[in-house]
Design a protein around this ligand. Sequence first.
Ligand code: SF4
Ligand code: SF4
Length: 214
Amino acid sequence: MKEKAQNNNPYNICTWRPNSECEVCSIAGRLKCHYKLGDLLHFAGIFWTFAVPAFIGMMLGGYGWYILGEVGFMIFFFTLWEIRILCSHCPYYAEEGRVLHCIANYGSPKVWKYHPEPMSVSEKIQLLIGFAVLCGYPFPFLILGGQYVLASLALWGGIIFFWTLRKYTCSQCVNFSCPLNLVPKEVVDEFLKRNSVMRKAWEEKGWEIGGLGS
Ligand code: SF4
Ligand code: SF4
C-alpha cells in the first residue's frame, strides 16, 4: 500500500492510519497498536495494587507528608524525564499535537520531539533507575514507621504490578526498544515494514529485518 501522510500523522505511523489497513495486516491482534480505554484503565488499575498500601502505610507510620515527594517525582518523571527517554520513541508519540494519547501515559504534555529510532543504552539505564526510585521511595518510610505488614503488601503489589504489566502489556507493546518489551522479533520486523520512517531510523542503528536484531 502506498504510504500517504495524514494531517495528524506526520511520520505516517500505521497506529494513526485508518483502521481499514489493519484488516489485511498479518500481525493484527498481536499488538496493542491502537488506543483503547480498557488498556489505559487496566494499566492505571494495577498500579494502585502497589500505591494504595504504600501510601496508607506512610500515613499510618507518621510520614504522610512525604507522599508529596513521591507525587512530585511522579509528575517530574511522567511529564518530563520518562516521556523523553521512553515515550518519545513510541509510535503513539508520533501523533501530531501537544498531548500524548496512549494506553498508559495518556494526557501527558509532549514537550519533546518524536524520536523514531530505538532507545539508547543510556536511556534504558535511566528508565530502570527511574522505575527503581519510583517503586523504592516509600519503603524507607514504611520501615521507619514500623509498617511492616503494609510494606509487605506494597512489595507484593509492586511484584503483581510488574508481573501483570510484563504478561499483558509488555508482550504486546509497540515501544519495542523498551528494556521491558517482550514482543517477538518477527512481529517487530513486520511492524517496521509497515512504517518506513521507523524502519530507516532502526536500520541506521543496526537493526536487521529478518536478522538477529541490533
Ligand atoms: S501493526 Fe499497524 S497495520 Fe497492523 S494492526 Fe497494528 S496499527 Fe494496524
Ligand atoms: S511507551 Fe507506553 S506510556 Fe509511553 S507513549 Fe508508548 S504506550 Fe504510552
